[in-house]
Design a protein around this ligand. Structure first.
Ligand SMILES: Nc1ncnc2c1ncn2[C@@H]1O[C@H](COP(=O)(O)OP(=O)(O)OP(=O)(O)O)[C@@H](O)[C@H]1O
Length: 273
């Protein structure tokens, strides 16, 4: 049996956005993200850096989770593991009901293209391509057939009138929205974003947060963002706090009236952890 065939038979059928609308938020078996005792060390011997230490985490389908922590606490490592861009040294990672630690290429690449929408801080847009072509890249690279239309996702991110522009003809916020549209084209069930507002001014950053919230509410996407910004974390329903590679706390954001209150709580947690 080839790996590709194995992936085809083991991956549960992906749900469309509208099907996910009906999916239960309490579904803890078939969707969302689970990490069980995940550890990751970079390097060896005296140069070894334990980036993540026995992290366990459960993110239910259509949850919006922010990952916070000081620089070097393991946030990007966590996101790269959930993105299946890197594999853990130990532990298990289940995404959308699939144990990704057992997937190998080409099934792994296909899984990532079909299920995950990844938004990097640096956008990773191709300078020579138009907005439309940048958004279509995952599909052209062999994504699944049942993707959303480019017109639909460009309208969703408010870039219909910029479709023929190149990235260098766009503002930073518009480039970020192209990256979001590209993440949406495959109708992913999980959106992963590393510092999605890191390069944006506060107004454009707030617009990006609104867009992510809308995606979660209207399309029932599961969203995981890595952020240093309390106002971005406030957009999420829950915050996971890392310190020195360990998960030290998780808390709901609904208990706070604003980002300042959230930031104070977060600082308290870091001090006492
Ligand atoms: N490829 C790598 N090789 C060696 N060490 C690495 C590698 N990637 C990350 N690390 C180390 O692992 C630790 C966690 O890094 P990570 O990038 O996950 O932190 P972070 O919380 O995202 O930091 P920041 O907020 O600064 O982006 C750091 O000490 C980092 O130096």
């Amino acid at each position: 049996m080839t790996i590709a065939t194995s992936a085809q038979t083991t991956l549960p059928h992906n749900q469309s956005g509208s099907q996910r609308t009906q999916a239960s938020n309490n579904d803890t078996t078939s969707g969302g993200v689970s990490l069980d005792n995940v550890s990751k060390t970079f390097g060896r011997g005296s140069r070894a850096v334990a980036a993540l230490k026995e992290v366990s985490l459960r993110i239910s389908p259509s949850d919006f989770v922010a990952v916070m922590g000081a620089s070097g606490s393991g946030k990007s490592t966590l996101l790269n593991l959930i993105s299946a861009l890197t594999s853990p040294d130990s532990g298990r990672i289940t995404i959308d009901g699939v144990d990704v630690t057992t997937l190998k290429d080409p099934g792994l690449t296909r899984f990532r293209r079909e299920r995950l929408g990844i938004i990097f801080q640096a956008h990773n847009l191709v300078p020579a391509l138009s907005v439309v072509d940048n958004v279509m890249l995952p599909v052209l690279a062999g994504g699944r057939q049942g993707h959303r239309t480019v017109d639909e996702v460009l309208e969703q991110v408010g870039l219909t009138d910029r479709r023929d522009h190149r990235p260098d003809q766009l503002s930073g916020g518009e480039q970020q929205r192209v990256a979001i549209a590209r993440a949406l084209i495959s109708d992913p069930s999980i959106i992963l974003a590393d510092e999605p507002t890191g390069n944006l001014d506060s107004v454009t950053g707030a617009q990006t947060c609104d867009l992510l919230r809308k995606l979660q509410q209207e399309h029932r996407c599961t969203i995981v963002v890595v952020t240093h910004a309390p106002d971005v974390a406030m957009s999420a329903g829950r915050v996971v706090v890392l310190k020195d590679g360990r998960k030290v706390s998780e808390f709901e954001t609904a208990q706070f009236n604003n980002a300042t209150e959230l930031a104070a709580h977060y600082q308290d947690l870091l001090r006492s952890a």
